[in-house]
Design a protein around this ligand. Sequence first.
Ligand code: C2E
Ligand code: CA
Ligand code: CA
Length: 540
Amino acid sequence: MIEAASVLFVLCGLVFLALAVKPSYRICQSIEYRSWYLLFILILTFILGYSFFLLVLLSNPVTFLELGLSAILAGGGAFVIIVIRLSLSSMTQIQKNADARYVEARSDPLTKLYNRLYFSEYLNQAISKGAPFAIIMADLDRFKEINDTLGHAVGDKLLIQIGDRIQNSLLKSDVIARLGGDEFALIINNVDESSCLSEAQKLTDVMEDAFAIDDHLLVIDMSIGIAMFPENGFDSEALLKNADIAMYVAKQNNQNYVLYDPSIDTLSPKKISVISKINDALLEQEFELYYQPILSPADNRLKGFEALIRWPQANGTIISPAEFIPLIEQSRFIGKITRWVILQAIQKAYGWNRDYLPVCMSVNLSSSDVLDKELVPYIRDCLERYPISPSLLCFEITESAIMLNMERAKYVIYNLTSMGVTIALDDFGTGYSSLSLLRELPAQIIKIDRSFVMQITANLEDFSIVKSMLELCHRLGKEVVAEGVETQAIFEELQNIGCDYIQGYYCSKPINYDDTCVWLDSYIKNNQTVITMGYEPNIS
Ligand code: C2E
Ligand code: CA
Ligand code: CA
């Protein structure tokens, strides 16, 4: 009886140990700690020890001491299997959590596609492997309009459906990621130029059928830019930049897709270089704001400043906004630049109002900005950060910007005025609908374009136009700023005909922040009167 019980105990212990062999080996393989190998070897040694003891039990009469020992051995075996199994399942759970976190950090929460992080990791890997591939940048056309008119919920569902459709059209070896907003990027492996173009055509075809979202049937196009590795770049930066340029060319030319070619000649080299540098310039805070005073000719009093962006270059030159703003006006960069300008301008206005005197700050908006419904909440946030009265903030909008989409522009402009900020109609007289805009827009200020102002002392027609515009605006209860006042004669003429405000080189060229502080100091020293003659800033 004692023999049978002892043998049974040792056998149980042996079975437990044997069951622990495989999981402990799996632990050894999945983890780098050498101590686990020691445990594994110990288990094997125990198995040998248990077997030897079993033989002893079988070949000799069993004592009570040996029976007790056998029971302890069975318990030891059970202990080992429990510890090993628990360790393995904890490790598996930890690994699963780590895997989930890894996947989560690399996937886009909305579309469940890969995100920018994974894409750049994959891209770098693909480059280091050296096999040819194509990188495709795809940007939706007028997605913002859908978002703004039908709401973000519809926009989100559309992005999900688009992601699904593209993914279903791809081979398993290809990768698609959503880089952000309405921008998707793909890597198509092992392709040459012609098969890559047919992939791009496939993507275009995929977008052809309407997307059914809630009660809407939405048709949306995509602009696709393609860059090939290694032909169009040896590193990820060059490839992404070139695919981006090709995509931009596609958008500009209303083409479905464009393969990058160094000789893309639909864009001037300058335009290409500007577009490709603008994102970095924003990240590196390369832009600078200059300020040009606006003053009343009646008593030389300062009304405020117009903020004008500048892009200083490493070689000491400055790219003027007239050069780069039109190039990016239809791109996604303009919204970023406008936001940067708004924040800077409000911050500086806050400082000047606190340290000097109440001054208005005027900021220029582009055509895309007046369609951007997110801009109003952004301005509200900026005003919360730097609390100045909204009435000290003025947004200058050109006629042509408004005419692109009158209804949407009106919506944004009414939202702006309901915040209490001022609207100025910029470059007035140069568009086609000046008079109807005067009637329909809640613009309190009209800025007469400098092309009418600069010749008023030499050209009677120009003088008559400016004088009539002034009278018309005054009758409508609006204030007038004459732009481009360069000489004393023009200044005095505008003074005589009762122009409310003037702006021009005669008072000051646009100057940087530090010079503006110096300028304000001298303005205050001169009893808050602008010294128009003799002040010659050395920076244009
Ligand atoms: P704008 O809004 O009509 O700005 C006035 C432009 O006239 C400025 O050119 C200014 O330097 C120039 N100016 C001022 N006084 C005189 C003068 O007496 N004579 C002459 N000949 N010119 C004068 P700037 O700074 O080169 O800006 C050009 C345009 O770029 C601006 O025209 C505006 O449309 C755009 N811009 C400037 N900054 C921004 C910005 O932050 N955002 C946007 N969206 N556009 C901007
Ligand atoms: Ca302006
Ligand atoms: Ca202007």
